[in-house]
Design a protein. Sequence first.
Length: 596
Amino acid sequence: MNRLRTSFLALALGALSMAAAAQTPARDRLNKLAETFVAATAADDPIIGSTLGLTTSDALLPAPSEAARAVRIGRLQGWKQELEAIAKAAGPGMTLAESNNVKLLRADFDSRLNELLVRQSDRKDYAGTSLSLVQAIFSQFLHLPIVGREGATQADLDKAWDDLIARLEKGPAFVVAGQKLATHPGRLFAAVGSIQLAGTADFFNEVLTPAATAQNAARPEMVKRFVAARDAVLATIAETKAYLDAHTISWPDNHAIGKAAYEQMLREDQLLPYDSAEIEHMARDELAHGWAEEIWLQALSKQRKVPFGPASGGGMAPSGPALVGYYRERIAELTAFMKELDVVTVPEWLGSMQIVETPAFLQPVSPGASMYSPRLFSKSSTGYYFITPPKSLEEAAKLLDMNEDFDRDRIWSTAAHEAMPGHFLQLSIARRHPDLVRRIQHDAALAEGWAFYGEEMFVRLGLYGDGLDARLFTARWERVRGARAIVDPKLASGEWTVAQAVDFFEAQSGFTREASQAAVNGIALNPGYVISYTVGRLQLETLLADYMLQMGERVSLRDFHDRLLSYGSIPLSVLGPELLADLDKPASAVRAAANY
């Protein structure tokens, strides 16, 4: 605990020193509370510590127990009381930013308390600890130091493998302890968990083992430890999967959290200014617009006598090893287009992206592209862009498959969402914010709303010329986002069964039956996330309208975007009033204050 806390303090204080001159008693107390919160959370759950980039956590695993769970609840409740005391002591003298930081920390504490006391997914997900272990090992493998890059030495690489192997050795006990907390296991959690666990052996045997053997060739004792630990973990996972398969049918469908809990999540966790009825209304409007856009595009396709797909979308992407290079070239073109049209400031310090194939165990819940942004407290600024190459580019093009990027324009569109100026750029900026309360936020509505907004923006700005495929792709994904935001509250409240949701989603999204089932399973097990695209884009565009009204002739797309990305990854209900209040300041000053 002390070692981890010391490491965290060094990182956090380094980040905060840039804003030291602007500190006030209230802001200082809020940042100290945030520091305590993150350090204690990472100590309780070293997997979270590793996810944050605190490498002192990498050899450790949590110790799940009812007692530890109760301690966590009590501590969260204590932090909430401390937060309210800070707000009361500061009184009306708090600045808007300080008052908003109180809201942000309150939402952090409420979200974790509601997860433990209301939604209780740890009680329902028997596969949860197995999957979190595999994800942790995969993330560690992904971030293994490369000797000579970013100052890494052979000693750093050896230490990273020591930690990974030590964590593996603790894996079976961690999994078994976590399963004891699953006192009300659910059928859907089990069914999806079994599918994911089926893909883990490929990662351990085909990816992790060759790397462990090659990179520890001079240390045969470590290879021997790795093999023993790997086999023990795989045996535990096999036992878990067998248990799931044997008991799934007898477990209840308990994934629905209920309408009251869903509304509470919108209000307290996400700080949204909407209830579920309003979200469904905006989602249906989004869905209808996506259908209308597709019909208009069909008329253009017939008139031009050009079919959708590669013929109207820049040609087929290459298959095989050349595909990764093709992605890099398209992202470079996209970045150049952004700069040419002065869309947003791309900082010189921005890190790089590695393009990696999505591992098999993640493909059931992430069939398309995804982004792992640079870790919050890591020295490395590298992000990982995951792609799932189609088994056949030609077949994907023939089907106009929604989850497979088979031509230039679809790769541009997906990269605009995941990479530039989407998640990679936005979250790389947010992780540098000097205010710790802001730095630890990761608001889904801002992240997904910004990325969704960018998809259509590039269509309107002319990136694709007269090509129809990207416009069709964008319209269909608008339908998907609308359909998701209708399905989510209906599943979470229990109003719809999973089968009803799959029927609706298949009809409205254009996904295959199999893909629709996978999508709905993911929505049901993670309530409140997929609405982020819809509610985020609407709030962002509403804020853009308010910005235009106040700025008049000074309106600039780049100015608005630079300001938007300067406040951290925080809810737009908090960000919007701050952005509008700061319009008298130059965007360069707002960026400088955010270390952007």
